[in-house]
Design a protein around this ligand. Structure first.
Ligand code: B4P
Length: 197
């Protein structure tokens, strides 16, 4: 199994690059943002609760997203690996993910962290807000709240994996293909080793 976390602030290109990486490396894409938006679209109880947090630019409570990831891992037993996009987003989520993977004799092989300036993040999200229909994209104040939430609660997740030397920072500015090639180079270097030993 090869498990990858694609990490970075809101708007850093995680969703965009994930689509290309899962196709190239045959990984199962697990995006907590997409899972939550699907719950909202189906108007489930979980979705309606999550929406209250997402509309303000806040993180959804840990137990909700950890439960969703647990179910997704159980429902995808025969895959070659997972690409985690937007998860883990807090230190607790990272610890829980490590435990869930350990029970399956697996681990996170690598975290690829996209570096993008704050001006560029805001520019991209405001632009997406013009067409996405996402309620958390069409208000600059909410976008700024999401970036603040990232600095307050999420940036520390990189420290968790840095302690075990599993983080590689990648420049997340430039064309989509340039960034994809940078990410692919790092994965190709790594896939040769068993990183869970
Ligand atoms: P997400 O769905 O993860 O949304 P996001 O952080 O805004 O990142 P996203 O993946 O959408 O943006 P991307 O960088 O791909 O989360 C939404 C909300 O759900 C969170 O705020 C939170 O409330 C909740 N949530 C999700 N996971 C959670 C968790 N684990 N715990 C608690 N709460 C959770 O792309 C942005 C834009 O940039 C795109 O329009 C793209 O076209 C553009 N772009 C990409 N690459 C570009 C490039 N190279 N140049 C120019 N533009 C580019």
């Amino acid at each position: 199994m090869f498990n990858l976390i694609l990490f970075g602030p809101p708007g850093s290109g995680k969703g965009t690059q994930s689509e290309k990486l899962i196709a190239k490396y045959n990984l199962k894409h697990l995006s907590t943002g997409d899972l939550l938006r699907s719950e909202i679209a189906q108007k489930t109880h979980l979705g309606l609760e999550a929406k209250k947090y997402m509309d303000k630019g806040n993180l959804v409570p840990d137990e909700v997203v950890i439960g969703m990831i647990n179910d997704a891992l159980d429902n995808n037993r025969d895959v070659e690996g997972f690409l985690f996009d937007g998860f883990p987003r807090t230190a607790l989520q990272a610890e829980e993910l490590d435990e869930l993977l350990k029970k399956k004799n697996s681990c996170i092989d690598i975290m690829l962290a996209l570096n993008v300036s704050e001006d560029e993040l805001i520019k991209r999200l405001v632009k997406r807000g013009e067409t996405s229909g996402r309620s958390d994209d069409n208000n600059e104040q909410v976008i700024r709240a999401r970036i603040m939430e990232y600095h307050k609660k999420t940036a520390t997740v990189a420290d968790h994996y840095q302690k075990v030397h599993k983080v590689i920072f990648v420049k997340g500015e430039g064309s989509i293909d340039e960034i994809f090639n940078r990410l692919s180079e790092e994965i190709d270097r790594l896939k040769l080793n068993d990183n869970c030993l």
